[in-house]
Write a protein that binds this ligand. Structure first.
Ligand SMILES: Cc1ncc(COP(=O)(O)O)c(C=O)c1O
Length: 423
């Protein structure tokens, strides 16, 4: 028996894991893991698998990539804060941050690949705006387990690994992130190609949830506030779920952290729906002129048109349960915040992380966050310059291309034959 079961929070059904992504009864809710161990014991592993007790895996990968939490001095002083903690998911070896692909997406990729190997069959297909794809490419390079990664053509340059690998089938799509998602969905209609699952994948959520776990064990308690930039919002959901587990553990306090989730204006569908008090995103209201709005943002990895917002156990529920708030961040504010962060903390940021810093500044200025409270700022990506000093960054060459508006039907047979050759 595996050390966890899956639970549908809607109908209450418990199930065994067969790389299960949704409730077999058809409920519109994100299934969750229920771990047999209610208290968290840290393992003697180098990276994320320190938290394997609360990851849906039995095996581990000896990777140094994991969450790191430290107490801010520079930015805290700049903002007049007393208890600002930074969860740094990137590359900064001087702070023990060893995610060579520089974003928290590696925290999702590592347990996902192990879970798939242990409970599923087939080859994972990942749609990405860049960072998720790079994380899965790296995991394929480290484990030798092949993956199919589908990205917008403009994001292809973000796909690199620190080791040579033949185990990545990179498909580029002429279009934006949504077109990449559509092409990946097309591919997954073929036997042997399996959707990685996004927010529905408990390994992704629990992998991201380790940022909250690491913060709680470092600080000694659950923080009062949690700040993150979101595209799908999976990390926000994960932080909420991890905090519920920590409350169940009993050693880290009994209150949920307030979630502060930020999007990059002008593409802010969840902010718009949340502020209107709606569980449902209305495309004509919340995503008007989506293509041009997406093209205008600084942090394009935050542009997901189908976030798990209204689904049971999704972003709306996470915000409601935690008394949360959402923020729209303008490009210029993200850039200013990035400058302040770099000066204060001494490491570069992913544009998405700059959006989170800008949201923190907004929250402190508007009084949403009391500067004396205990705050966890999730820096979801950074350390690119530092990583380039220490590691090779070997560009992954596209294997196949999907032309604008054509779908992935034409290349499916080629992708399947690639999978056969590389499995
Ligand atoms: C660096 C970084 N931060 C934040 C996010 C937002 O994550 P999510 O789409 O899971 O909300 C992404 C998404 O790709 C990202 O790459």
């Amino acid at each position: 028996m595996r050390p966890y079961t899956l639970l549908c929070p809607d109908c209450g059904q418990r199930m065994e894991d067969h790389y299960t992504l949704s409730c077999p009864a058809g409920c519109n809710a994100l299934i969750r893991t229920v771990y047999l161990k209610r208290t968290l014991d840290l393992r003697k592993e180098p990276g994320i698998f320190r938290f394997a007790d609360w990851l849906p895996v039995e095996g581990t990968i000896p990777s140094p990539a994991g969450p790191v939490t430290y107490r801010s001095e520079g930015l805290a002083r700049d903002l007049g804060m007393k208890n600002l903690w930074i969860g740094f998911s990137g590359y900064w070896p001087e702070r023990n941050a060893e995610i060579a692909t520089c974003s928290f997406k590696e925290l999702e990729a590592l347990p996902t690949v192990v879970r798939m190997k242990e409970t599923g069959r087939g080859t994972l297909v990942i749609a990405s705006a860049g960072n998720t794809g790079r994380a899965f490419c790296q995991t394929a390079a480290v484990t030798g387990i092949p993956v199919v990664v589908v990205v917008p053509s403009a994001a292809a340059e973000r796909l690199w690994t620190t080791r040579e690998t033949e185990k990545v089938c990179l498909v580029t799509v002429d279009g934006d992130y949504s077109d990449a998602i559509a092409a990946a969905n097309d591919l997954c209609t073929h036997a042997g190609l399996v959707p990685e699952g996004g927010a529905k994948n408990v390994a992704r959520r629990d992998g991201m949830g380790t940022v909250m776990l690491d913060a709680a064990v470092t600080i000694g308690r659950i923080p009062d506030h949690y700040i993150q930039a979101v595209g799908s919002g999976t990390g926000g959901i994960a932080a909420w779920e991890a905090a519920m587990r920590l409350i169940g553990d009993g050693r880290f306090g009994g209150a949920l952290p307030r979630l502060h989730l930020a999007q990059n204006a002008p593409f802010v569908p969840m902010v718009s729906a949340w502020r209107a008090g709606r569980r449902k995103i209305l495309p004509e209201t919340d995503m008007r002129d989506a293509r041009s709005a997406i093209a205008a943002v600084y942090a394009d990895v935050l542009t997901n048109r189908n976030p798990p917002y209204g689904v049971g156990g999704g972003v709306f529920d996470a915000l409601t349960a935690t008394g949360g708030a959402m923020y729209a961040v303008e490009n210029r504010d993200a850039r200013d915040a990035e400058k302040r962060f770099v000066e204060a903390e001494g490491i570069d940021l992913d544009p998405a992380a700059a959006v989170a810093v800008a949201a923190l500044i907004q929250a402190v200025e508007t009084g949403e966050i009391d500067p004396h409270s205990t705050v966890l700022l999730n820096i979801t990506g950074g350390g690119y310059e530092r990583a380039a000093e220490d590691h090779d960054q070997i560009v992954v060459r596209p294997a196949f291309q999907v032309a604008a508006g054509t779908g992935a039907g034409d290349i499916a047979a080629d992708v399947l034959s690639w999978v056969k050759r590389h499995a």
